[in-house]
Ligand binder design. Structure first.
Ligand code: GDD
Length: 410
């Protein structure tokens, strides 16, 4: 299936394109803005109706997933008109272009749980719950969904709406809560900043899913969603932001002082937002990742963005080609941050593998030994580390050492 994905350069878009490719669908990504010269050809501003028509014309898709939009609830309070222009008008441009050029293509609009507005604590929103938005972001999403169903009823377009609740994973921007905490924890963990963590409202309760489960839901909806219907994408479990933060602190093993930053507290806030996933589950959706998986990945990503490249293996995931280089122990979890493979450069002029040596010095560890004859020779104790039975490969100067380290060393 040829699937045009708008917003393909964003957090969910990148995961979705990977997921489609893994299932032999052809993702045709469009994004905005262009992130490089190479990207420019695929860059489309959804507020430009002609550009959207041209993109649909060029793609001739069997299906469209419309993800492009402004996704920050907090930022929407600062610029409601732009939020509406991109989220509501952008969706109308996509729908109109599909109707004109590819009227048989299925459209999945990605709306939001924010549309439900205030819920009674302890309840779970179903797709029949009233929509009572309290932010410009939420009302722009309501407008987009209403337009989608109007195109379905009035022009027979095959439009399905997904209403995702919060989702987490690798690669989310730090204006969202989990990556913001992860980035701060990474800084603290590496001794770069004082151990103070800035937060907003920790009492809010949200329903979190792993982004990989969310993109599986989107593909399922393309195939099995009923046109004219909305589907919640959620776990059904409410968690306070405080408990999520607490868990991240435990996983990372840091001690922090928590400080409320008034600029992170929103002018209007939904205290409780939890959904009922029953309708999507009846189509066959079975999420398979835990919140710990998602939080571990976000933490590893935070560390990676602080200058350490970290590849990780989580429970329930098959080891990737790269992680299988770790050896037999790679797919088993070591604590919850699992085992990491860390790239660094081997310099044969120096007696120690410099990266591991610097960690040894910091930790006062005697588990890292001097390399010999251009071999790393490290004995960090993690699965897959060089050993007598599995010696480290010979390395050229500047090559990746290939050593592994347990998260404990980061
Ligand atoms: N961003 C942020 N930063 N949020 C914080 C912080 C902080 O330091 N401290 C507490 N929070 C609270 C927010 O007030 C909110 O209640 C909750 O954490 C989640 O905030 P976000 O991660 O920014 O997400 P969101 O709930 O506003 O919106 C996300 O989920 C929606 C679906 O429910 C976005 O992904 C939306 O695009 C999505 O539609």
């Amino acid at each position: 299936m040829r699937v045009l994905v708008t917003g393909a350069g964003g957090f969910v878009g990148r995961h979705l394109c990977e997921h489609l490719a893994a299932h032999d669908d052809q993702a045709i990504p469009i994004r905005w803005p262009a992130s490089s010269a190479e990207d420019r050809a695929k860059s489309v501003d959804v507020t430009d109706a002609q550009a959207v028509r041209d993109a649909v014309e060029a793609a001739r898709p069997d299906a469209i997933v419309h993800l492009a939009g402004l996704s920050s609830v907090a930022a929407s309070h600062r610029d409601p008109s732009r939020t509406f222009a991109v989220n509501a008008l952008g969706a109308v441009h996509v729908l109109a272009a599909v109707q004109q050029i590819a009227p048989r293509a299925g459209v999945l609009l990605v709306a939001s749980s924010e549309m439900y507005g205030p819920l009674v604590p302890g309840s779970r929103a179903t797709e029949d719950s009233p929509l009572r938005p309290v932010s410009p972001y939420a009302s722009s999403k309501v407008a987009a969904e209403v337009a989608g169903f109007q195109f379905h009823r009035g022009r027979s377009l095959s439009v399905v709406s997904a209403r995702p609740f919060n989702h987490v994973g690798r690669g989310q921007r730090t204006d969202f809560v989990v990556p913001s905490f992860a980035e701060q924890i990474a800084s603290i963990r590496r001794g770069r900043t004082s151990p103070v963590l800035q937060v907003g409202n920790l009492d809010a309760v949200r329903d979190f899913s792993h982004v990989a489960d969310v993109v599986e839901a989107y593909r399922l909806l393309l195939h099995r969603g009923e046109p004219g219907q909305a589907y919640n994408v959620c776990s059904g479990e409410g968690r306070s932001i405080r408990s999520v933060l607490q868990r991240m602190i435990e996983l990372a093993g840091v001690e922090v002082r928590i400080e409320v930053d008034p600029s992170r507290v929103r002018p209007s806030e939904l205290p409780y937002l939890v959904g009922d996933p029953g309708k999507l589950q009846r189509l066959g959706w079975r999420p398979s990742r835990t919140l710990d998986d998602a939080l571990s990945e976000a933490l590893a990503h935070g560390l990676a963005s602080r200058g350490v490249r970290v590849d990780f293996v989580t429970s329930g995931e098959r080891p990737s080609t790269e992680s299988s280089l770790l050896g037999d122990g790679a797919s088993s979890q070591e604590g919850l941050l699992t085992v990491h493979r860390v790239r660094h450069t081997w310099d044969p002029q120096r007696p120690f593998c410099p990266w591991l040596a610097s960690i040894a010095a910091r930790r006062g560890s005697d588990r890292i030994r001097q390399g010999q004859n251009g071999r790393c020779g490290s004995r960090c104790g993690a699965p897959g580390a060089p050993s007598a039975a599995r010696p480290a490969p010979r390395l050229r100067p500047g090559a990746d050492c290939g050593s592994t380290a347990a998260s404990d060393f980061l």
